[in-house]
Ligand binder design. Structure first.
Ligand code: CS2
Length: 476
């Protein structure tokens, strides 16, 4: 069911609690059986994979059981409305509203027994992941950091067989162990996080953790789990109270968990699905043999510009992507970074000029309040995918890579100015910031990439670029 906002609607903007709650009588089609298990029940999962599954021609056969990460809240709220939610597609011209029915079970991530039960069920064919870039616990060398405290704690829990693992990787390894024990055969793990070579990263992280627990499980995963790589794209800001009110006003029911997204969406996938998959191509998903150029285009051009705007924009006092883009200084920094990135992306097939033009329009969508503070988090991990490859590629061609370096410098300035930094390496950032001058810059760079930090010319370049956007205190 798709509804379009009726401008002539006379209902009050905030109809209040007397409205019915979104409920099963509004389910767009019968509940599908669970065949997909998802880890990371957040807004992006719902605007992207849940939407594609909902729109697949064979949606009736593919239900998603979606597990939250750290907190149960999103699952509790969805469970109260039969796992249904409204997707608000917010374009320049207005909003359209659609009830998405592909999630059939919303579960507290801490319920690891239920996860193991569903992952080991014969009908389950796919596990999708949106657990955030930082959750793969990759060190700067690209391998699982077996010394990360939460990884150590999960390995301890798994070895003792008491309690439950708390990280997504630990939970996934545990559930795959249950599938192995049940003998229910191969399946696909589809990584939907913004990481370069995300299928490979997921495989390394999951098998790395499994190997440290149970070598037999690691071998079983290697032989039975297909790690599918993807490039995912749909700008999905955090839902606000105003969004919830807009759904009430337009749809006439109360939905505590709507999701707002831009009309644009894109999903490129590469890999095997040994137990089958929905016909996501019906909804526009594209299956390719070589995903790397698509990944790089998206990670460098979209996500790279996002990170640059997040740090530069906040240092300049802006709150949203659209606002930062109107600032000449920020906009020029983005264009220069895009020039560097483009010089290292292959051929005309990727249609970079059109992609860049489309990005300017998407970022400029003033009706989407995409907060820079949301994008700014976990910078030490994100920059490894968004700035470092472009910087390295430029330097390998004998150029400076100054625009990519500026993104890193802006992250450093932001880290020094932010009242509270949300980053897996926040303690390291604070320690580095207690040093002075070039030593500080070198120590911060080592958190992102130790090899780059050993290159004095790169440290000097970044040091020179510090302070370019001012050092306004950043409160959030
Ligand atoms: C953003 C992404 O928060 C971020 O780091 O760059 O979430 C971005 O909005 C999505 O990748 C768009 O597809």
């Amino acid at each position: 069911m798709t509804m379009t906002e009726n401008a002539g609607d006379t209902r009050p903007a905030q109809p209040g609690a007397d409205l019915p709650r979104l409920n099963r009588s509004l389910r767009p089609a019968a509940k599908a059986p669970v065949r997909i298990v998802h880890l990371g029940l957040g807004a992006f999962h719902r605007s992207h994979q849940a939407w594609y599954t909902h729109r697949a021609g064979d949606a009736a056969e593919w239900g998603i059981a979606s597990f939250t990460g750290r907190r149960p809240d999103a699952a509790l709220a969805l469970a109260e409305q039969d796992s249904l939610f409204t997707l608000v597609e917010r374009g320049d011209a207005g909003d359209s509203f659609e009830i998405i029915g592909s999630i059939v079970d919303a579960v507290d991530g801490a319920d690891v027994a239920r996860l193991a039960e569903l992952v080991s069920a014969p009908a389950t064919a796919i596990i999708t992941l949106t657990i955030t870039e930082a959750a793969y616990r990759l060190g700067a060398d690209g391998l699982l950091d077996l010394r990360a405290p939460d990884v150590v704690a999960d390995l301890d829990v798994l070895a003792r067989r008491t309690g439950s693992p708390a990280t997504p990787l630990g939970r996934l390894a545990f559930a795959l162990g249950a599938r192995r024990a049940a003998g229910t055969g191969p399946l696909a793990v589809v990584c939907c996080d913004n990481l370069a070579s995300n299928g490979t990263v997921a495989r390394r992280a999951v098998t790395g953790l499994a190997a440290a627990w149970d070598a037999g499980l690691a071998a079983w995963i290697e032989a039975n789990v297909s790690f599918v790589g993807t490039s995912v794209d749909r700008i999905t800001p955090r839902t606000t109270e105003a969004d919830t009110a807009a759904v009430e006003a337009a749809c006439g029911y109360r939905d505590t968990s709507p999701v707002v997204a831009e009309p644009f969406r894109n999903w490129v996938l590469s890999g095997d699905f040994p137990a089958g998959r929905p016909r996501w191509e019906d909804a526009g998903a594209v299956f390719v043999d070589d995903i790397e150029p698509y990944e790089n285009r998206k990670l460098w051009l979209l996500n790279g510009a996002h990170s640059l705007l997040a740090y530069a924009g906040q240092l300049r006092g802006h709150a949203t992507v659209a606002q930062a883009l109107q600032d000449e200084l920020c906009r020029r920094a983005v264009e220069r970074f895009w020039d560097e990135a483009e010089a290292n992306l292959p051929g005309p097939d990727l249609q970079i000029p059109a992609y860049r033009a489309a990005l300017l329009e998407r970022f400029g969508n003033g009706r989407i309040a995409h907060h820079l503070a949301q994008i700014a988090m976990d910078g030490s991990t994100k920059l490894r995918m968004r700035a470092v490859p472009v910087l390295l590629a430029e330097r390998a061609r004998g150029r400076s890579g100054a625009a990519a370096a500026l993104m890193i410098a802006a992250w450093m300035d932001y880290g020094a100015a932010a009242a509270q930094l949300q980053d897996p390496l926040a303690a390291g950032v604070a320690a580095a910031n207690s040093l002075g001058g070039a030593e500080r810059t070198r120590a911060l760079l080592a958190l992102v990439d130790p090899d780059l930090a050993a290159d004095a010319a790169v440290v000097d370049l970044i040091e020179d670029l510090r302070g370019m956007f001012g050092e306004r205190a950043v409160s959030r």
